[in-house]
Ligand binder design. Structure first.
Ligand SMILES: *Cc1c(COP(=O)(O)O)cnc(C)c1O
Length: 405
């Protein structure tokens, strides 16, 4: 996955362009910046490449989500449907605007199960937020259909899937709006950064204002413009945008490397009938940041994880079921409603009620799944070794189970 693995002269040049003018702010200072507008340039580059009308950069993927939720008018009294397998930013951003995160099961696509989404809809549901986890797609046809039937907003968290497509369209550009993360471990990095993409002018303009204290950015002088509504400071800096420009220009190269490594590794693991793979809805559009695979039982999976760890061969693999940041099972702070700022007691109770529901169908999938990250630096030989170690570990555990049976 991470673009930081491939930094080069272009990143340095882009940053130096900004350092030479000394204008690190993305707005204003028109004369002093000598025509250098890195954030604007990256926004135009992303819109062009991904075929969407608007891109707005912000300081992170998390603030992109908070910003666009605000711009979409989602808040008090609204329910937002999100998956049990994601990053904590999903519920953080929903809570940041005062809405209720409604957690819903994932299936073997590792993303929202559309049937579970249907069952979770109430009169208060305002938005469905699929998360395109680990580089590949949620079922956008089904989710679009559901949102159309129930008049809901469709907001794509594509933070882990920048550059992936679904039936020819870039993830993030299919729903009402989408978000990307350019944090340090994503496929394209700014150091820290994020983006909102949308075809809706209203969502774009409100995102632009919300992420800059409500400035309407109309008029020449910064400060002489108006603040039609409250906002926050979620701005990206020119330095971060400069790094992103260099990184984003290489996205096709990064994707090609990942796709090659992914198919090589998949061919090795596919030799074992016990290993199955994540159901990917559009294989050609998978960004292939990870190869996600399953074993038949939780017990077998946990034994294989332990075996790979014992052999010091676990690096680059993720068992999300046990992961503190990505799966409901370990989100104790959410389940207990622990916040530093006091919440209204009824709102806090509703959050806790959501987080403490039974997620048996998610557990049944997540407890059997491992994701192997595809590094941009890994060689064919290293992938071969990695794959063979996984195969050997599975074989060893299977043999031991037969003996003990
Ligand atoms: C990384 C990530 C985010 C948040 O992005 P940051 O830039 O780290 O704030 C949100 N959602 C998902 C699924 C992510 O992986």
């Amino acid at each position: 996955m991470p673009g930081f693995e491939l930094f080069g002269a272009d990143e340095r040049k882009q940053v130096n362009d900004v350092l030479e003018t000394g204008i690190l702010m993305r707005f204003g200072f028109d004369g002093a910046r000598k025509g250098i507008w890195k954030a604007k340039e990256l926004e135009a580059t992303i819109s062009k490449k991904f075929g969407c009308r608007y891109t707005h950069l912000v300081s992170s993927g998390t603030t992109a989500l908070s910003t666009v939720l605000g711009a979409l008018g989602i808040g008090y009294g609204d329910e937002v449907i999100m998956p049990t397998f994601t990053f904590v930013a999903s519920f953080e951003s929903i809570i940041s605007v005062g809405a209720l995160p409604v957690l819903v099961d994932v299936d073997d696509t590792l993303t929202l199960n559309p049937d579970a989404v249907r069952k979770a809809i109430t009169p208060k549901t305002k938005c469905v937020m699929p998360v395109h986890m680990c580089g590949a797609q949620a079922d956008m046809d089904s989710l679009q259909q559901i949102c159309k039937e129930h008049n809901l907003i469709l907001l794509e968290d594509a933070c882990q899937s920048t550059g992936a497509t679904y039936k020819g369209k870039y993830l993030g550009t299919i729903g009402d709006a989408g978000c990307y993360s350019f944090d340090f471990v994503k496929i394209v990095t700014c150091g820290e950064g994020g983006a909102i993409v949308t075809n809706r002018e209203d969502v774009y303009l409100k995102s632009d204002g919300f992420s800059d204290h409500g400035h309407d950015h109309i008029g020449v002088d910064r400060g002489a413009d108006l603040h039609p509504y409250l906002g926050y400071n979620y701005r990206i800096s020119e330095l971060h945008a400069a790094v992103g420009l260099a990184q984003f220009s290489r996205i096709d190269e990064f994707l090609a490397k990942q796709r090659a490594g992914h198919s090589q590794l998949k061919a090795i693991l596919a030799q074992l009938p016990e290993i199955s793979f994540r159901r990917v809805l559009d294989e050609a559009g998978d960004s292939c940041t990870f190869l996600s695979w399953f074993l038949p039982t939780t017990e077998l999976t946990q034994a294989v994880v332990a075996e790979l760890k014992a052999q010091n061969a676990w690096g680059g693999n993720f068992y999300w079921f046990d992961h503190n940041w990505h799966y409901i099972r370990k989100w104790e702070h959410l389940k207990q409603g622990v916040t530093l700022n006091a919440l209204h007691p009824e709102y806090k109770a509703a959050i806790m009620q959501q987080a403490n529901k039974d997620f048996g169908p998610s557990d049944a999938v997540m407890s059997r799944g491992v994701s192997t990250q595809i590094s941009l630096l890994i060689s064919e030989q290293q992938i071969k070794e990695k794959g063979e170690k996984i195969v050997a570990a599975v074989k060893k555990v299977l043999a031991a189970q037969k003996i003990s049976a």
